[in-house]
Design a protein around this ligand. Structure first.
Ligand SMILES: *Cc1c(COP(=O)(O)O)cnc(C)c1O
Ligand SMILES: [Zn+2]
Length: 412
């Protein structure tokens, strides 16, 4: 990889050759992939991008893959970025865009990391990939691996929503539902990976994953014609996504594609916000209980805390925590105002934006991109809880009229 220098530990600074099976530093620190931006600046232009396929692989000069590594089979990336003027008006914001990453092939942003894992496993000559996950890393890995003809072993906590488990079974993974927390699930997967030597797609352990995730911010900037918004808001669990988003932005800045950097808005659930608490108090992060219905961000022991905290701080970012009620309200709002259906963790970023508008932190002078990270069909039970049940009557016009009258529905 001529464009990649090495993997560098974010804790001690030690560097490692960027081999496909790279994991963490000897000191336990997470590695960051370091690029040769001078080289990339000579090989990648905005013009060149215009002719490329609409997948995450269009940015291959900024991705840690060999020149001859084939793109993975499923169409990952290039999800729509919708401008939402009515919702912006309603919230009192200058401009608002929604990046609907629930439109990836297995319906979450995690496809970006899993496609990268599949590409790197191919480079490593591996036949089997494994991970633990709150659900979406698992289903995206199972789907992207199935398409590439690879086997998967998946560990999920037993609380994982049915839609995600159904995806895993459909994609032919060997699935272990662990009766315990995400932390317990992670530890069992780690022991199994150590024992059988599978290719490791565990969050943060594998430094290539957030390089896949960063393609979401590369896309946002290209879709905005390289005009930088004031803020990018998203939900945070392990912290890999927000670290990836920041990495993508810094890449673009380093090669001169953008001339400034936006600030990040890190949104967590009140019942599980170890990273936001660390930022707010200035103290080191400490584990928390996993007490939220937003299962994808119910992460009490964040795996990528170092990189995530660095990203938020470097960007001059904001942190905001939202209640489960506020998450459910955002689910309804995004659905009804924008036609975008997100899972609870998927809409948590937007819930944070709404809250910051209500607090007067954000306003008419601000432009914001809010990333919806996962699709609502993955967790139908919570969507019904948030948005209610339909009118249920026998097929009778009189009963329909009465039902409308009872509910004060005036037909236009
Ligand atoms: C994984 C996930 C997140 C959070 O990403 P992290 O890298 O864990 O911070 C947010 N939303 C959804 C839908 C996810 O699946
Ligand atoms: Zn180190």
């Amino acid at each position: 990889m001529k464009h990649v220098k090495y993997g560098k530990c974010v804790r001690c600074g030690r560097t490692y050759e960027a081999v496909p099976g790279l994991t963490t530093c000897e000191c336990g620190g997470i590695l960051d992939i370091v690029y040769d931006y001078d080289y990339i600046r000579q090989t990648l232009t905005k013009e060149k991008l215009k002719e490329r396929e609409h997948t995450m692989w269009r940015y291959r000069e900024l991705l840690p893959i060999e020149e001859d590594t084939a793109p993975t089979p499923l169409r990952v990336g290039w999800s729509p970025l919708y401008e939402e003027p009515r919702l912006a008006e309603q919230l009192g914001l200058g401009r608002l865009w929604v990046k609907d990453d629930g439109q990836n092939p297995t319906a979450s942003l995690k496809d970006r990391a899993s496609a990268m894992a599949v590409a790197k496993a191919a480079e490593a000559g591996a036949r089997v990939i494994a991970c633990s996950s709150t659900g979406n890393a698992a289903s995206s890995l199972a789907g992207n691996a199935a398409a590439a003809g690879l086997k998967t072993y998946i560990f999920v906590p037993s609380r994982a929503p049915k839609g995600k488990v159904a995806q895993l079974m459909t994609f032919g993974a060997t699935v272990v539902s662990v009766q315990g927390s995400y932390e317990d699930t992670f530890e069992l997967s780690k022991a199994a990976i150590d024992r059988w030597g599978w290719y490791n797609r565990n969050a943060a352990i594998n430094p290539y994953l957030s390089e896949g995730k960063k393609t979401v911010s590369l896309e946002i900037m290209e879709q905005l014609c390289w005009q930088v918004p004031d803020y990018i808001a998203l939900s945070v669990g392990d912290g890999c996504t927000i670290a990836g988003v920041w990495k993508g932005l810094k890449d673009l800045y380093a090669i001169g594609f953008i001339d400034k950097l936006p600030r990040l808005i890190s949104v967590q659930a009140e019942g599980c916000c170890p990273l936001n608490r660390a930022i707010a108090t200035g103290e080191p992060w400490r584990p928390m209980e996993e007490n939220t219905l937003a299962d994808s961000i119910a992460v009490g022991v964040p795996r990528n805390a170092d990189k995530a905290l660095m990203a938020i701080r470097e960007s001059g970012g904001l942190v905001v925590n939202v209640s489960d009620q506020e998450i459910m309200a955002a689910q309804k709002l995004l659905g009804a105002a924008c036609g975008v259906f997100g899972e609870p963790a998927g809409v948590t970023g937007t819930a944070g934006v709404k809250k910051l508008c209500e607090q007067g932190v954000l306003g008419r002078g601000d432009s914001v991109v809010s990333i919806v990270t996962g699709n609502g069909l993955k967790d139908v039970a919570n969507a019904i809880k948030a948005c209610g049940e339909p009118i249920s009557i026998p097929g009778d016009m009189e009963l329909l009229l009465r039902a409308f009258a009872d509910r004060g529905i005036v037909v236009e």
